[in-house]
Every structure is written in C-alpha cells, then in structure tokens.
Design a protein around this ligand. Sequence first.
Ligand code: F6R
Length: 600
Amino acid sequence: MCGIVGYIGSSSAQSFLLEGLARLEYRGYDSAGLAVMEHGHIHTLKAAGRLEHLAQKAAAAPLAGCAGIGHTRWATHGEPSERNAHPHTDPQGRFALVHNGIIENHADLRGMLEQHGFIFRSDTDTEVIVHLIAHLWDGSLLSTLRQALPRLHGSYALALLCVHEPDAIFCARKDSPLVIGLAGDAQYLTSDIPALLPLTREAELLQDGEIGVLRREGVCVYDAMGNERPLRPLHVDWDVTAAEKDGFPHFMLKEIHEEPTALHRTLAAWSPDQLPMTAKSIRTLTIVACGTAYHAGVIGKYVIEQLARLPVTVDVASEFRYRQPILTANDLFLAISQSGETADTLAALREARKLGAQVMALTNVVGSTMAREAAPHVLYTHAGPEIAVASTKAYITQVETLLLLALELAEKRGTLSKDKADQLRADLAHLSSLSETLLNRQEVIAAFARRHCGHSHVFYIGRGVDYALAMEASLKLKEISYIMSEAYAAGELKHGTIALIEKGTLVCALMTQPHLADKMLSNIKEVKARGATVLAICGESLCNRVSAAADEIWPIPDTEPLLAPLLAAIPMQLLAYHIAVCRGCDVDKPRNLAKSVTVE
Ligand code: F6R
C-alpha cells in the first residue's frame, strides 16, 4: 500500500528508482513520482496512473543526479491524479518527501500551517509533513525531524531529500514498513524486501520511531532521542528469481505453480515448540487476520478444534480491535499475515498483548513488524516472496502451517495419538507431489473458464473445511475478475439465498469431505433443481456419486479429508485466474487493490 524507494550512490539514481518502483508496483498503482538531487537542487517528476507513464516522462526528460527517492501510490486521501502524486515539496523547493501511511491529524496540522502562510497544492494528508518540516526547520534535518515526527498522529514510512543536506536521504517510520539495503558504496531504501533482492541481501530494518540517514558511504540509524545505534543487518536468503515472472505471463500463475515447492519448503522448515505457553494450559485460541489470511484462519479453526479439542475463535482484525475482546493470560492469540505488516492485524496483535494474552504470529516475511513483535513465538511460511496482489501460495502454506500447529497441539494435549499424528504428517508430506498433478489439468480449467467467464454472479458452496475454502475461492474470483461472487455454507443456502438461483447460475460446489457427502449431494440437487449450472470439485472416490447431479466434475486426489482443501484450493485459484484472463483483467494488479494494506 504505497511503495517507497530511495537510492544514493555513484550512478544515476533515476534508473534504480524506476526499477525499484517496478518491483514494488503491487503496493499501489494510482500514480508514481520521483525526486532527484542534482547540484544542490531537487527535481521532481510525477505521473498519474501506472508506472509506465512516469517511465515515459523520465525517458523524455531524464533526471540526472545520484541521490533520489520514488513513490508508487495507493490513494487514501485525494483522488489518484498527478496533483496528488508524491513526492510533495515545500513552497521553496527545499524538501521533497514520499510517504506511505495515513496522517490522522492532517486536518489540524493543515489548519495550523495555513495560518502560517503555507499554501497547499494537493488534497493529500502527506503534504502536511513536508510543510511541517519546512515550518520547523532549525538548520539540521535530524533535529527538525525529531521535532516534527512526534506531531504526526497515525502511520508513516517516509523518505526525504533536503537541499541543505544534498548528500543524504533521510527516512523514518512508524507502523509502516521501511527497509534499508546496504551495498558498500551505494545504499537503497524500499518498502519491502523483494525490491532489494537484485541489489543486495543485507537489509537493515528501521524500527518504529527511528530515523535513518543514508549516505553514499554508509548508513546511520538514530533512535527517537537522537542517539545513534549500531546497525544489525538481516541477511536475506530469498532467491532473486522468486521476485521475477520467470517466463509466466503473470506472477499469479507463477506463484500458483510454486505451490508444490512452497508446501514442501514450509513442511521441511517446520519446527515445533514455538508456543509461548504449554499446550495443555491454553484455554482458548483466538486467530485474527484479514482477507485471504482470515480464510486460512477459518480452516485453522476447523482443524484445531477437531484435532486438538481446543476452542478457537477466528476474527477479522478490523472487527477484533473494536469489539472489546475478552482475553486472559491463559488465552493464546495468533495473528496470521503474509506480509506481517497489515495495519489492522498488527494493531490486533498489540491489543491482544495489552489484554494479557500470549501472542504468536504466522507470517511469510522474516523481519516483518509482526515477526519482530511476536518474536520468538513466530511460525513462518516459506512461500517465498508473493508479488501478485491476489494471494495464492501464501494461503496454501498458511493452511499447511495451521495443520502442523493443530497436530502439535493435539499431540501435546493428548487428543491424538502419536501414530495418527505421524500418519497425518506423512499425508501432508505427500501433498506436494499430489498438488503437481493438479497443475497439469490446466487446459480443462481454462476451457471451462472460456465458457463461463461471462457470468455476472457466481456462488461457491461447501460444508466444513470446504465452506472455509469456498470463502477463499469466492474472494479470489471477485478480486481479480470483478464478478460478484458469494460463498455459502451449503446447508445455509436454502435460508434465503437460494432465491437468487435461476437458470444458468453458476454454482461451484466443493465436496471433498466423505462424512458430509450425502448432505452436500442434497444441496447440489437443490440448486440443480432451480436451474443452476453446477461445477463439482470432489475427492476422486466421491465423483461417481455426484455425476448425475453436476454439469462438470473436477476430481482431486483422495487424501485425509482435513488436508483436502490444500488440494482443492489449486483448481479454485486457477479457475479465478483463467476467468480473469478471459475477461481481459489485469490479473496481478486488480483495480483498487494493493498488496500489504498498511493503512486501517
Ligand atoms: C487477497 C489478499 C488479501 C490479503 C490481506 C491480508 O488475495 O491477498 O486479502 O490476504 O490483505 O494481507 P496479509 O496476509 O499480508 O496480512
């Protein structure tokens, strides 16, 4: 959600900034802009819309200079336009600033600054920061920032150029991510680690309240009191090609194809004993997340309750925070977040800790804010960087990790024998190769997508873990194809929503649970009787039972029922992908969305 880059070194900054922004464009694509320092003057370039518009302008009138900052925007305050694009500058052109986050008291600050004669040229909350710095300027940017930052309420990651410090980039953060890349005689700044991968593997993670100063020869980090702290670089071992398309037309398709490897890696790296308390002492488990990660959490509830007999609540983070939850020291709290930066999930984690619960995080990003705040009680997925806005491999590995957690809890709580737990782990280990077979069935899925991409609304139904998967399948379709879709617990449909089923309505029925197959079959017949076109996704051994009722059947290999969503998710993701492609949608960058939602 807004991407920030910075470069200072001995080469021309512009090309590094544009390349960096291209690698961060999944964080927002409403507008983009650059500011470069040249001979003590700041030059800016901005364009509304996709980065290619900025790149065209930059090619026509290149910015020279070896220090610069850049921004790709996901609009919060002010329409997506060139006027509202970052960087923002003060009236005298002494400072240029890019920002990710929201300044909640921007209206008050704007009023105060207008009284002091500052004229605003955009509708953004960001512009107040640069004017505030100009207003408070005391001859040293470090000391001015130390005065200005406490006056900002809300969240920010920001990078700043200043004509009085032409050989430096200043940066600061609070509740929005910012990473400094250390590379000897050049230093980089980015919002996310993947943008650094081709440049350096040494990442210095700025902490909340800190100020970083990047100079060509090195980096200094200061705490809020202005004391310099030693650098503690993190070595990043992600593969460079993981952040590139590698011959696939879209990141999303590539990332779906990486699922077998991601499953294998996550399983191989699983290490038990990350719990902050003994398994037997846990009274309840509260799982909190947003979007796809929330849907993984819903599967977590089914499997943990069933295997470990532990009461589990799953909450959407933005709701959890404000519903005055009841948690005690005997309650375990688990935040799930691919990025480890989602603002609501992070705030929920902090709230849970404040309430006295024992907190854990499940994330894909080492060094992310949630990983740091929950340390050492962190479960990692090893999906590698996920670039497509629509989450796929992260979801699969989140579900896998929750299964592993369920097995650990169940064994330790004595609700599952070691033999049975080991057998489930062996089944889990087999899933990686079973999932490969599903990737080979793409032509069938693409053909189905071509026939059905014209629907205006689609229903997904399922029972048990299949219902939890239906929620995710439905989100995947709507977010990238813009088709209105709904997920229903199959037994709930007839309590109202079945009124919407008419001749030709597409219903995707998930039927992987043998103990629920009879009930599912009845539900499928109910919609079929009202004219629905039914796609059934079912375990191989259940296919013959549904053959008379469904219009199309996609079998998935038989496996332990609780593990089946890990397989059934793959055709569901591919279906959403191919429908979106048929509809000509921008699969990797769906409208209005951005990856890593660092605003509330
Ligand atoms: C949908 C999607 C989002 C994220 C959600 C939470 O495909 O990716 O719904 O799952 O924004 O993000 P994280 O997991 O980074 O907290």
